[in-house]
Design a protein around this ligand. Structure first.
Ligand code: TRP
Length: 443
């Protein structure tokens, strides 16, 4: 740690871009529509908005405040800023990151496969059948291995070069594409039913603890919270940058992408009657509905589909990089490994942990429930209590570059009381659901 010069972001834009790159990924395009389809449609969307802005933004700021103060990856940061007895929370973060990347890479592998399919043969046959036979098995495993290989090689080489440039072009392109697709979807007959499902909440479901906890889990996953990714990224940030402003920019961008993804997926599902096909495996919501749309577009659909899945692949890659980067930088900071060995060792371990997910969607869903929902929410809950009650003068770090004292106080009390109270309900609910799912999946 000492004596080594810590690399920093060249510019503030570099940090925002990397953080948005971490946040925007499969969580927005794949997980958000699938979670909304599973848990109450529009009611889920309403609660999701609440979770992003009332819970997600304060938690992100809490991560920033620890990361920038310590200028270390999570384990060391918690040790220095909170106290040595809290380092195990950092270990939990590393474990959570490994579990998430393990199945994330399998899904990212699907995006590679779909990209190649669009390029080489075009989308043929029935999308739901294609998904069923391509999402698991040896092929899925191969793509998982290739995707992890790419992620590892980028983390070994440092993030600066090609990937930054590629995402600079492809991320805005992805956004333009989904806005375009949303407009196209609006003109399909039967789209109205999709909008009702997506945008007209059923009041009864607004009070459902299951919908609420699903929305919380989705917010943590999509904003990359609860496992030290944002903490690590902010540790490279300049002392004077405005942390609340950054948290708001990142969250609004991330939300916008997810919201437009829903404006594509739901009208398409209802216009082309895909409810039943998707009902069988909601994990495939995105991968069934979009190819259906691309097929309907005829020749142009193949090109649009190619660009879409390519951009989605890049989005997944920038997110995967952030996950592997947390694990790698922790190994570097705490066990003084060199970057190459750390990334390779961690990457291969994660690859192996992900193998069962390439063979069973149920197991993939289970990993998602345990790591992508439960552990993230627990990680954010504990961090808020620590920042709120244990860290000395938590406002000093956030105050720099941000002068609205009233808002700062509001943030502190939100982190002390409001967020922990909400997350307690969520932890109970998600914990229960995860235990049940373990029961039904494994026995
Ligand atoms: N947020 C990313 C997505 O939406 C996934 C991700 C990257 C992530 N880093 C993370 C999720 C850290 C949780 C924690 O695709």
């Amino acid at each position: 740690m000492e004596g080594r010069i810590r690399e920093g972001w060249g510019t503030k834009a570099g940090f925002i871009l990397a953080a948005v790159g971490s946040a925007v990924g499969l969580g927005n395009m794949w997980r958000f529509p699938y979670a909304a389809a599973d848990r109450g449609g529009a009611a889920f969307v309403v609660l999701y908005i609440f979770m992003v802005f009332a819970v997600g933004v304060p938690v992100m700021l809490a991560e920033f405040s620890v990361g920038r103060r310590a200028r270390l990856s999570p384990i060391g940061a918690l040790r220095n800023v909170v106290g040595p007895s809290w380092a195990p929370l950092g270990h939990l973060y590393v474990a959570t990151g490994c579990l998430i990347l393990a199945y994330y890479s399998v899904i990212a592998g699907w995006t590679m496969r779909y990209t190649l399919e669009a390029l080489l043969t075009g989308f043929g046959g029935t999308p739901s059948e294609y998904f069923d036979h391509s999402s698991t098995g040896l092929g899925a495993l191969m793509y998982h291995i290739v995707f992890m290989g790419i992620t590892i090689s980028i983390v070994v080489g440092g993030v600066k070069g090609g990937i930054e440039r590629a995402s600079l072009v492809l991320m805005p392109l992805l956004f333009v594409l989904i806005v375009g697709l949303a407009i196209w979807a609006a003109f399909q007959t039967g789209a109205g039913e999709g909008y009702r499902f997506y945008l007209q909440p059923d009041p009864g479901k607004l009070l459902s603890a299951d919908t609420l906890s699903g929305a919380a889990g989705q917010a943590f996953f999509s904003l990359s919270l609860g496992m030290g990714a944002m903490l690590t990224y902010s540790s490279y940030l300049g002392r004077q940058e405005n942390l609340p402003g950054s948290a708001a920019t990142i969250s609004v961008s991330d939300f916008a992408v997810a919201f437009f993804a829903g404006l594509v997926v739901f009208p398409v599902i209802f216009a082309f009657n895909l409810q039943d096909e998707i009902g069988a495996s909601s994990l495939g919501t995105l991968f069934i509905s979009l190819p259906t749309a691309f097929l309907k577009m005829g020749a142009a659909g193949r090109l649009v589909g190619l660009i879409f899945f390519l951009a989605l692949f890049v989005g997944a890659l920038t997110s995967a990089i952030s996950l592997l980067e947390v694990v790698t930088s922790s190994l570097i900071d705490n066990w003084s490994l060199d970057r190459g060995r750390a990334a390779l060792g961690a990457g291969i371990t994660i690859l192996l942990i992900g193998v069962p997910c390439a063979y069973s969607l149920d197991i993939l869903g289970l990993y998602d429930k345990i790591a992508g929902e439960f552990l993230l929410v627990v990680g954010g809950f504990v961090l808020c209590l620590l920042v709120g009650w244990r860290v000395k003068d938590p406002l000093s770090e956030v105050r720099r570059g941000f002068a609205a004292e009233g808002l700062l106080k509001g943030w502190l009390w939100t982190v002390r009381l409001v967020v922990p109270a909400i997350l307690l309900v969520v932890i109970y609910q998600v914990g229960k659901a995860a235990l049940e799912l373990i029961g039904t999946t494994l026995f």
